[in-house]
Design a binder for this molecule. Sequence first.
Ligand SMILES: [Zn+2]
Ligand SMILES: [Zn+2]
Length: 334
Amino acid sequence: MKAVVLTENAHLVCREVPVNEIPGWYRIRIAFAGICGSDIGRGFRNGAYHYPLIMGHEFSGVIEDAPEGGRYPVGLRAAIYPLLPCGKCEACAAGAIQQCSHYDYFGSRRDGAFARILYVPEANIIPVPDHVTLEEAALSEPAAVARHAIFSHAIPGHARALVIGGGPVGLLAAQWLRIRGSAEVTVADISPAKLEFAARLGFQTVFSPELKNREKSFEVCVEACGLNVTRNAAISCCARGGHIFLIGNPADTLEMERSVYSSILRKELSFSGSWNSCPEPDWRDVLAHAGKDLDLRSLITSIRPLREAAETFRELLNGGGVMSCKTLLNCQEE
Ligand SMILES: [Zn+2]
Ligand SMILES: [Zn+2]
């Protein structure tokens, strides 16, 4: 089959590879696979767990072959939960598989979806309802990660909310806040193009450097960048008794002015961290809301054939001023 192989850091090639057939698992013909910011880090900056690696952890497909006695039929359209829990650790025993300490993962620890075919176990198959397209279903993973974060803590019904970071996960978190009843959701970013995009989705926007004029303005803040400057801004912008959702993977070492730290105490702020997502309830809820009050379609700014993966990555790396939110690879297109 055709696959996009990361052979070493910063080197992607589209080539023929053998299909890794796994008895007892479902054979999935992959429809669409999203390129995640983490794939850019994994492929071109921080390095991967091992080489060669087929990346791709955000994807949808169709069951092409099912194991005997399997619950799902051939032809079923599916979103695939990319995490394979060990089933033995303390977190797994407690049902918190997203916190598994020895998990495997499609597209990072084992081969993933930038390919025509992938074998997956039954527990990772999430049926896609008729009203959701396979393009939209390929965004289930980031949408579920954002849902998992925003539902990790009770928040007041009509909270004024701020999301710092206008990338796909930030915009998905903003949508979940709206679904949870936030009266007004503001998205902050340093990129005018991202702010324009957020405005088109119906959000208020603020240019990040101007957040210094919005102290104590928001009851709920979401930090979706993972930088000191954005963490500190979230704390400053949070109102008395407010809550901060931390979802940005840290890109630097935590540093904080004493006065900012002190304001956490004075304002009695609370924080929640979150990691990954769970099939239940996150993925089920994503697919129930998709195409209704959860707009996944508008986040897809480009769909490219699998064979153009390397140049697509190069374009995303260079940025080039072109606005891109979510880029999908069409894994079947010749
Ligand atoms: Zn991702
Ligand atoms: Zn485990």
